[in-house]
Ligand binder design. Structure first.
Ligand code: N01
Length: 501
């Protein structure tokens, strides 16, 4: 059976970042399993019109691979994907990656002290498992009566069907989240009619994105430290938002004022304004900066529908007020399975129970978002309570990767075969996270969001400044872990996988 010291699941920012940093540590005995046909994770999955990051690129990139060539301050998806592909190549991790290889199950084998991974190529074992499969990887399609009866093209925003010509068509977009507000202005000029089905309006402040000038490119290429200076500046200005979101939601009044003025300047029709004015504190759901979303809603071929959807028919959508709208194409910009990510069901720990089963009553919990009792040698990247609503997730992922590398070093120096977080620090940590969460805008802002699980518990976001997470993960803390000694040598020699160059 093929065996590596480490197996990584996913080749997005998290999995690639881990792979690169392992190589930099001189560790080559690892493999990355990626379900898609190429690297990039969410930046491979999402290719809908107008897809771009809403965090500035200087910050939304690896600290060890700044890119002086970003064309805009907020990069479009093709550029972010190309950056990830190029970075994977540049740091020599491509030979480690098995594309089109979905890990369908991962179980801890207590006797062998290994993870057993089921892949389409058969079983693979690894001493250590790093989960980089991402929170926004499983599209959620709405549970609408009659959806399967629809006769025209219907697809999720993260599975955009570019073979479908939208020009001249009647299109429905369900949802008004981060994906929808980028799709709507980008398809509006081409389609005959656009029905935007809104359940909850977003707060939309002005967008500050702009092209990066030639002069800036020259400076970034030639002046060491210039881009890092801008990155730090962006980081600290973004961190100021964390004060309002996590400490004092009243401070978000300014955001409310700016976003309200933005809407008033772009939307003149009072009836439309009324429909799209949110009734919750800004930041409770993700803030969605845009300069072209509101103008698109005011166009003659666009209708914002706020009546709930009662039924989908072969060629139409019927709302609860009985109105039937004929459509040709249905776009579901309806988000992802985050707190109910199906992968949780397929990772099994010491007692054979899955993460889903372990988390059923408590909700998703990990120590520093990374390690879980009963799941030895498992490190989850972008795990529970590591998401953020105001800055770059790459910052959090890199902090976790440093922590994992230090854990691996500690295992080596202690000659430990296993490492598992102790229950007391794990519980104390999660009590503290939830206590801090009570003050945040996500819990007090009066909205429902994908940040909360079905018990209303926020298991997704980090409830503080991100530098505090960085500080907490800077060094591995062996006192909070149990270490296991190696078992007796395995009788049969194991087949080693040749990976890496
Ligand atoms: O998904 P969402 P998303 N009937 O869950 C609605 C990242 N991201 O793909 O608000 C009718 O935010 C739902 O309504 P409601 C970013 O982290 C980043 O847009 O629940 N409507 C909502 O309007 C983001 O937060 C970028 O009432 C239904 C929408 O669908 C995350 O991905 C770009 C419905 C879903 O919004 C997810 O964003 C894109 C139903 N049955 C994504 N079910 C950038 O960096 C759901 N909705 C720019």
């Amino acid at each position: 059976m093929p065996h590596t010291r480490i197996a990584i699941v996913g080749a997005g920012f998290a999995g690639l970042g881990a792979a690169i940093r392992l190589r930099q540590e001189g560790i080559d005995d690892f493999v990355v399993f990626e379900k898609n046909g190429d690297v990039g994770g969410t930046w491979w999955d999402n290719s809908y019109p107008g897809c771009r990051c809403d965090v500035p690129s200087h910050l939304y990139s690896f600290s060890f691979a700044l890119n002086p060539e970003w064309s805009e301050t907020y990069s479009p998806q093709p550029e972010i994907w190309a950056y990830l592909r190029h970075t994977a190549e540049r740091f020599g991790v491509l030979p480690h990656i098995r594309l089109n290889t979905q890990v369908s199950d991962a179980s801890w084998d207590a006797a062998a002290q290994q993870w057993r991974l089921e892949t389409p190529d058969g079983l693979h074992t690894a001493d250590v498992l790093i989960g980089g499969n991402g929170a926004l990887s499983e599209p959620a399609t709405p549970d609408l009566p009659g959806l399967d009866r629809f006769q025209g093209p219907a697809f999720h925003s993260a599975r955009w069907d570019s073979s479908q010509e939208l020009a001249g068509k009647r299109v429905a977009v369900i949802g008004t989240g981060a994906s929808a507000i980028q799709i709507v202005p980008n398809i509006q000029p081409d389609v005959a009619q656009l029905h935007v089905f809104q359940r909850t309006p977003p707060w939309v402040p002005p967008h500050s994105g702009r092209p990066i000038t030639k002069a800036e490119h020259i400076v970034y290429r030639r002046v060491p430290g210039a881009q890092r200076f801008v990155r730090n500046f962006v980081y600290w200005t973004r961190e100021m938002l964390a004060y309002g979101m996590t400490k004092n939601p009243r401070a978000l009044k300014l955001v409310r004022r700016v976003a309200t003025r933005h809407m008033q300047s772009q939307v003149k029709d009072p009836a439309l304004r009324k429909k799209i004015t949110p009734q919750y504190t800004p930041g409770c759901k993700r803030l969605l900066p845009s300069n072209d979303y509101y103008p698109a809603l005011t166009k003659e071929n666009v209708e914002v529908v706020t009546d709930g959807i009662a039924e989908i028919k072969e060629r139409s959508i019927v709302t609860v007020d009985g109105t039937e709208r004929e459509i040709d194409v249905l776009v579901m910009a309806t988000g992802f399975h985050v707190t109910d990510n199906p992968m949780m069901e397929h990772i099994r720990g010491t007692d054979g129970r899955s993460l889903l089963e372990q988390w059923r009553t408590s909700g998703a919990e990990a120590y520093l978002g990374t390690t879980v009792p009963n799941f030895p040698n498992l490190f989850v990247l972008a795990g529970p309570n590591t998401g953020i609503g105001h800055t770059s997730l790459v910052f959090m992922i890199e902090a976790q990767i440093d922590y994992v590398l230090d854990a691996l070093r500690t295992m080596r120096t202690r000659q430990a075969a296993t490492v598992e977080v102790r229950r007391e620090p794990f519980e104390a940590y999660n009590v503290d996270v939830q206590a801090r969460m009570q003050k945040t805008v996500w819990n007090t802002g009066g909205c429902a969001s994908w940040y909360l699980d079905d018990q209303g518990r926020n298991t997704t976001l980090w409830p503080d400044y991100t530098w505090k997470f960085r500080r907490a993960t800077r060094r591995f803390d062996p006192e909070n872990y149990e270490f296991g000694s190696p078992v007796a040598p395995v009788a049969e020699p194991r087949e080693r996988v040749e990976v890496g160059s």
